[in-house]
Design a protein around this ligand. Structure first.
Ligand SMILES: [Zn+2]
Ligand SMILES: [Zn+2]
Length: 391
């Protein structure tokens, strides 16, 4: 066995040594679901555990109460494993973030065991509010991921894969201001803000036929008028525009906006709009050099890696904003059958089952082994950097 393999065995043994505590903590978070930015119990349990394991812990980083950073070792190379721990309103841990949290905490603790021989440092970064506001979007803007050589996070799902896709996303909020009038007695005196919105909505529907099939535009009307006998003087809507890469998202923006401008033009209502630049999600860019290392490690644990095809169904994740800053991967670990989707009560149950917890343990091991690869393999780090800069 060569030196790197010995270090990986040491990391695996550290996960096993912590197995029952990792599982207990994961189930405790599962039983106490906390939604975006309210994850005070989860953040305190995780940071206390990391502190007891010998990490230097900073709580409430980036001006976010439930964000944290736990560091072991010093200097470069510097590798981060990211923990999510927020739940969904109503569905609890239907996305299995209780598993993400302890997979990353377990990976950090296991990688720490190898640090005396590898040098460098490992950082567990607690990133709140993935499901709502995009905690990592704010944390990226506030420097949380600066100076890292690599970052990773494993999401539970339906397949064992080292890469996943995530669409770039931006929100567009719009309002129309028209003129109220009696809807029957004096309609000719009114300017109908609802008509403007309906014209825009139909324009978007027509546009969707003539864009790349991977892109998505969808929205809701949040104000459609106040009274049936009054010509609506105000309407409002919120739309999301998503695309496979950041460039195509840029191309879509003026075309989407044109639909809303058409509504204003046709009716005479005034349009006000706002792009959510500060909450924009970047597309997930998987670093393939890093992903290949992860895939080999996951296979060494006896799992069969099946990468998703390009047409695989995609949402968006704030991990995209991390992948825009550092070489990163967002692998998935299989815990549920193909027909069980995330964000469902069924997935929530699986996230506390034996399959779910085994997936979490394997994800912890595979990430720890991959941290060892990055810390010990200068050639891998160079390939990761070259790929990252070339993107
Ligand atoms: Zn989710
Ligand atoms: Zn999730």
């Amino acid at each position: 066995m060569d030196r790197v393999d010995e270090l990986k065995q040491k990391a695996i043994a550290a996960v096993e040594a912590h197995r029952s505590q990792l599982i207990d903590l994961s189930l405790k978070i599962h039983a106490n679901p906390e939604t975006a930015f309210q994850e005070t119990k989860a953040a305190s349990w995780l940071t206390d555990y990391l502190e007891r394991a010998g990490f230097v812990v900073e709580r409430g980083i980036c001006r976010l109460e439930t964000a944290f950073r736990a560091t072991s070792g010093e200097g470069a190379p510097r590798v981060a494993v990211l923990a999510e721990y927020d739940a969904l309103p109503g569905v609890g841990h239907g996305c299995g973030h209780n598993l993400i949290a302890l997979a990353s905490v377990g990976a950090g603790i296991a990688a720490k065991a190898a640090l005396p021989e590898t040098g460098g440092s490992v950082v567990v970064i607690g990133t709140p509010a993935e499901e709502a506001a995009g905690g990592k979007v704010l944390m990226a803007a506030r420097g949380a991921f600066d100076g890292l050589d690599a970052a990773m996070l494993t999401h539970p799902g339906n397949r064992d894969a080292s890469i996943s896709h995530g669409l770039a996303l931006i929100e567009l909020t719009v309002e129309y201001f028209g003129q109220a009038a009696h809807a029957a007695a004096r309609p000719e005196a009114g300017i109908n803000a609802l008509d403007a919105m309906v014209i825009a909505y139909n324009g978007i529907s027509a546009l969707r036929q003539h864009i790349r099939s991977s892109a998505r535009i969808h929205g809701i009307i949040t104000d459609g008028g106040q009274a049936v006998n009054v010509v609506p003087q105000h309407t409002a809507a919120s739309f999301l525009v998503r695309a496979e890469d950041d460039e195509y998202l840029e191309q879509l923006r003026p075309r989407v906006l044109a639909c809303f401008q058409a509504g204003a033009e046709a009716t005479g209502a005034r349009l006000e709009y706002r792009w959510g630049e500060e909450t924009r999600y970047r597309a997930v860019r998987s670093n393939h050099a890093l992903a290949d290392a992860y895939a080999r490690n996951l296979e060494a644990l006896g799992r069969e890696v099946r990468e998703p095809g390009a047409a695989h169904s995609m949402g968006s994740t704030d991990m995209g904003n991390v992948s825009a800053l550092v070489p990163a991967i967002h692998p998935t670990v299989a815990i549920a059958p193909p027909d069980v989707a995330i964000h469902t009560p069924q997935f929530r149950e699986i996230a506390a089952s034996e399959e779910g917890l085994e997936g979490m343990i394997d994800a912890a091991k595979a990430m720890a082994m991959t941290v060892v690869d990055v810390l010990t393999d200068a050639d891998l780090r160079q390939r990761m950097q070259e790929e990252f800069r070339g993107q």
